[in-house]
Design a binder for this molecule. Structure first.
Ligand code: NDP
Length: 384
């Protein structure tokens, strides 16, 4: 049986690598839905190469260009943000790879779960925004949510075969990003292009900046809480600059399982697509014969305060992670446009968390309102 894959965010870093995996296994997977935001050129190229059932261009100004380019094919073309939500509800696919960046990925992912589709989740923001609602819905609909994030895929892989064995804690590893060891007097002058140079991973712009500020690890802690039903105190972060151990689980007998490999997102992507099977790959292998040292150290949370803000949000719960995420998206957007400095990202997130009212048990609408309020407030701080 060929698994029919919908790639929401096919033109991004995860989306493109998913297409590489699909291309390597045409007997196992087909790409049936491809979506982009504004990159119509790449979307058209991908559509012509993979011949999906549907493409969606979220920016409706690009509709005519896509429609025209695909007019000699049977591919259906839709446009607009609402089309993403509607296509997510359709029956033309079996598994969604949720690879849109940021809050924009939330509703399509929730819709996929609503209709009982397996979700391979790269878009961590979905769980940061409203993890309780998403995971409750997945439980009700009996939908597997398979992590794509390398750390969560590592934990997920370590848990296979462990049944109900209790987790004592998990250790999320972090490369530390390009500014590992740096102090605020250095960070204050950091510019966009420098922050975009990640030492180990090649990723989209937003997550690369989040990795440089360590916000990414904070978002991942919140993501892990929901994916694996953990208490905040069971989640530890360790800096592991080599990015060979992708994360670890410690069980209640003290035994630790780790998942290792070279840093290559195609591996967790392929695992999420093929789960519960493993299928062959030609990805480069880790070579134990080459000299290398694996090191671990505690994160410097006095310098990288985004991580401690995310931990505050994790412990506080309610709408706080949603507020943190919204403020961070606005701040990173502004930093990428050279509107604010690197350390201003933290200041904006902190001020927004102080400003927005806390709601302990938000409804879906209260999450959506908290997101909008936090975005507006964060944007007002810099007159975006
Ligand atoms: P990219 O920025 O490379 O790609 C984002 C994708 O989302 C693109 O297809 C983009 O379309 C689309 N998109 C952006 N904004 C919107 C919007 N408003 N509406 C609809 N579509 C939109 O991101 P990544 O691939 O790096 O990351 C995707 C997700 O996966 C993120 O949540 C990230 O945290 C997570 N992730 C990524 C990893 C990586 O290695 N890249 C690792 C682990 C997790 P267009 O190209 O047209 O702009």
């Amino acid at each position: 049986m060929v698994k029919r894959i919908a790639i929401f965010g096919s033109t991004g870093s995860i989306g493109r690598q998913t297409l590489e995996v699909i291309a390597a296994h045409p007997d196992k997977f087909s790409a049936e839905v491809l979506t982009a935001y504004t990159n119509e050129k790449l979307l058209i190229e991908q559509a012509l190469a993979f011949n999906p059932d549907i493409v969606v261009i979220a920016d409706d100004k690009k509709y005519e260009a896509v429609k025209e380019a695909l007019s000699n094919t049977h591919i259906k073309v839709f446009a607009g943000e609402n089309a993403l939500n509607e296509v997510a509800l359709m029956d033309c696919y079996d598994l969604m790879i949720a690879a849109i960046v940021g809050y924009a990925g939330f509703k399509p992912t929730l819709n996929a779960i609503e209709t009982g589709k397996v979700v391979a989740l790269a878009n961590k923001e979905t769980l940061v925004v409203a993890g309780d609602i998403v995971m409750r819905k997945a439980y009700e609909k009996k939908v597997p949510v398979i992590p794509v994030d390398s750390e969560h895929s590592a934990i997920f892989q370590c848990l296979v075969g462990e049944g109900r064995n209790k987790i004592e804690k998990i250790v999320l590893t972090a490369s530390g990003g390009p500014f590992l060891g740096k102090k605020p007097n250095f960070l204050v002058n950091v510019k966009r292009d420098h922050a975009l140079q990640h030492p180990n991973w090649s990723m989209g712009a937003k997550i690369t900046i989040d990795s440089a500020t360590l916000m990414n690890k904070g978002l991942e802690m919140i993501e892990a809480k929901w994916l694996f039903s953990l208490h905040p105190e069971q989640i530890q972060v360790m800096i592991h600059p080599q990015s060979i151990i992708h994360s670890m689980v410690q069980f209640e007998d003290g035994s630790i399982k780790a998942q290792m490999g070279l840093p290559d997102m195609k591996l967790p992507i392929q695992y999420a697509l093929s789960f519960p099977q493993r299928i062959p790959s030609n990805f480069p292998r880790y070579d134990f014969k080459k000299p290398s040292t694996l090191t671990f150290e505690e994160p410097d949370m006095r310098t990288f305060r985004n991580l401690s803000l995310a931990i505050d949000a994790l412990y506080k719960g309610g709408n706080m992670p949603c507020v943190l995420n919204a403020a961070n998206e606005i701040a990173v957007f502004a930093f990428l446009r050279n509107r604010i400095g690197f350390l201003d990202i933290t200041a904006m997130v902190e001020k927004t968390m102080e400003k927005i009212s806390f709601i302990e048990n938000p409804s879906l609408n209260e999450y959506l309102d908290s997101d909008a309020e936090a975005r507006n407030y964060a944007a007002s701080l810099i007159q975006l």
